[in-house]
Design a protein around this ligand. Structure first.
Ligand code: BGC
Length: 563
């Protein structure tokens, strides 16, 4: 989450080309398609991903892709494959952990390279010696705007109220003020599909949703959150699937969910899916060589299971005509720096094209899920100067381009369109806990004695640091859920159910795969991802997802707008 210098060209030049490979035996009758995407480019360097889809017989003994560069491009560091180059001829072979490629499966090796002059794409590719001339759009992909979906599913629709959360909220003193608000239904483990103690399963929710709809349009919000190696940069929401368990994610998690959502009984619901919180941005910000790197995120980048898992979820769920996929887009206090912003949109485009998906399976993006970043900072803007110093130079903003979620969400929407997503993608913003009201809320700008005094005196987000994310002390409920509040914003939503913990403040044994993250411990002095600040977390918190009454009470007290 910290500012880091953009990756320099010198780093790329220093990266070594992978060692020579031994050619695998060719499999029978391969057919294939290749999407070669230049993901970013500067004077003499570029990054590219090469999505290879096997349209022929299943390959088991290893694969090799070859192409010729039209110019003087030179491959540097590569991933998800073993790269070598002789003159302008590049060969990529399968990584040691991925020798097979089933019919219809996609692998996405990528690389950083250098060039001079122009950087034209290679014209032809060969997979195991056979030219790839498959179509670039899989036939199963619904054309954009095919009429089955509305542009903004929230317009003219009610939104599902989760009776399980509603009962817990109503049981709290003062809780009835918000107990009828819609919140997200989290499928946070395989067992959640059929239901766990105190939480009904997916079908029971959908049956209830049909009741609540009463024949009128109704949005049902479900969170898809169970990737292999989940939450690689933190421990509080680690999941049940290990880093290499992509096959289980597909067959035991996504496939059953898709089967239920696709049931014709639910065809009149507008099903909004929130796709895999925090996963893809972690592959940009929390990997080597950043100072914020975490080994588990390096693993998830190298094995491709976040990208391929998200692609699979998008393809499977996007094939259901009344499903609206929204991909998680972090928040401004994470991706609002230049070196994170475009790269995150790019990896989302890469994931949206993985595992047989296309960008048309993405209806939009969601910012601030389960986070605390303020919707609006009313008392300063990114363009303000104090004594000749920009707000961007303040310790709080720290060169970020955005001061709040609204400005970030609108800009990120445009960035995703530049990255190749349909021009009508829409944004959601999770406003469940970003209200920052109560008696400590500033009522005007800070003093102009220094840029820090100005920003710190005027900011409504009262966290110790923007990178703090666990059970933040002093937070309040944010804007109530609302359709189409601003241009480009499909809705304000409460995806994180207020009152459910972000993580335990001490270690608690459990069978949910949850770890103990010290960012949830109020005595923790931080790490590079929050620039070594105190965690700002509330004490005595239970496991993530469990009811945290004291936090619920504080959210009510500090609601903004007030209740
Ligand atoms: C937890 C999930 C929970 C969700 C909603 C996440 O932090 O890991 O188990 O369902 O929050 O409260």
């Amino acid at each position: 989450m910290r500012l880091q210098a953009a990756l320099g060209v010198t780093t790329l030049l220093a990266a070594t080309t992978a060692a020579a490979l031994t050619a695998p035996a060719a499999s029978a009758a391969p057919g294939c398609k290749v999407d070669y995407t230049i993901t970013n480019q500067w004077n003499t360097g570029f990054g590219a991903t090469v999505a290879i889809t096997n349209l022929g017989d299943s390959i088991s003994g290893g694969w090799t892709l070859e192409w010729e560069f039209p110019g003087d491009q030179q491959v540097g560091q590569g991933w998800n494959g073993q790269f070598s180059q002789q003159a302008n001829r590049v060969t990529v072979s399968n990584p040691p952990w991925g020798a097979s490629l089933a019919t219809g499966a996609t692998v996405s090796p990528g690389f950083n390279g250098t060039f001079t002059g122009t950087n034209d794409k290679p014209a032809t590719f060969k997979l195991n010696g056979v030219t790839c001339n498959g179509t670039t759009t899989p036939p199963t992909d619904p054309p954009p705007g095919n009429g089955a979906r509305v542009d903004n599913p929230y317009v003219g629709a009610k939104v599902y109220v989760n009776p399980d959360w509603s009962a817990r909220a109503a049981a709290e003193p003062g809780g009835s003020a918000i107990a009828n608000q819609p919140t997200g239904v989290w499928m946070d483990r395989i067992a959640a599909i059929n239901g766990t103690t105190g939480a009904r399963g997916l079908r029971a929710h959908l049956d209830e949703a049909v009741q609540q709809a009463g024949g009128s349009p109704l949005v049902f919000q479900v969170v898809i959150y169970n990737l292999p190696g989940r939450d690689c940069s933190a421990l509080a929401s680690n999941g049940e699937l290990k880093a290499d368990e992509l096959p289980r994610y597909k067959t035991e998690y996504i496939d059953p969910i898709a089967a239920i959502l696709g049931d014709s009984k639910y065809a009149d619901l507008r099903i909004v899916t929130i796709i895999e919180i925090d996963s893809l941005p972690n592959l940009i910000t929390n990997v080597t060589p950043r100072p914020t790197a975490v080994p588990q995120c390096d693993t998830m980048k190298a094995n491709g299971n976040y990208v391929n898992g998200v692609g699979y979820a998008l393809a499977k769920l996007g094939a259901i005509p009344n499903v609206y996929n929204y991909v998680d887009a972090g928040h401004h206090g994470w991706l609002g720096w230049d070196d994170n912003f475009s790269a995150s949109a790019q990896i989302m485009a890469q994931a949206a094209r993985a595992s047989g998906s296309t960008v048309n399976n993405v209806h939009g993006f969601i910012a601030n899920t389960a986070n605390y970043s303020a919707l609006r900072e009313p008392y300063f803007t990114i363009n303000d100067n104090v004594n000749g110093q920009s707000v961007r130079q303040s310790k709080w903003v720290d060169w970020n381009r955005y001061t709040d979620e609204l400005s970030y969400a609108k800009a990120f929407r445009e960035e995703t369109v530049r990255a190749g997503f349909p021009s009508n993608v829409g944004m959601l913003i999770d406003t469940s806990r970003n209200g920052w009201g109560g008696s400590a809320r500033p009522t005007g700008p800070g003093p102009t004695t220094s840029v820090d005094a100005y920003v710190n005196g005027g900011r409504v987000d009262r966290r110790i640091h923007l990178g703090n994310w666990c059970n933040q002390a002093g937070a309040g409920l944010g804007e109530r859920p609302k359709a189409a509040p601003e241009a480009g914003i499909d809705a304000y939503v409460w995806i994180k159910p207020p009152g459910e913990s972000d993580g335990s403040s001490k270690e608690i044994a459990n069978e949910e795969g949850k770890g103990f993250d010290r960012m949830c411990d109020p005595t923790y002095t931080g790490n590079p991802r929050n620039n070594n600040n105190m965690s700002g977390a509330k004490a005595d918190a239970p496991l993530s997802g469990h009811w945290f009454s004291a936090q619920f009470q504080e959210l009510l007290r500090n609601a903004y707008p007030p209740l």
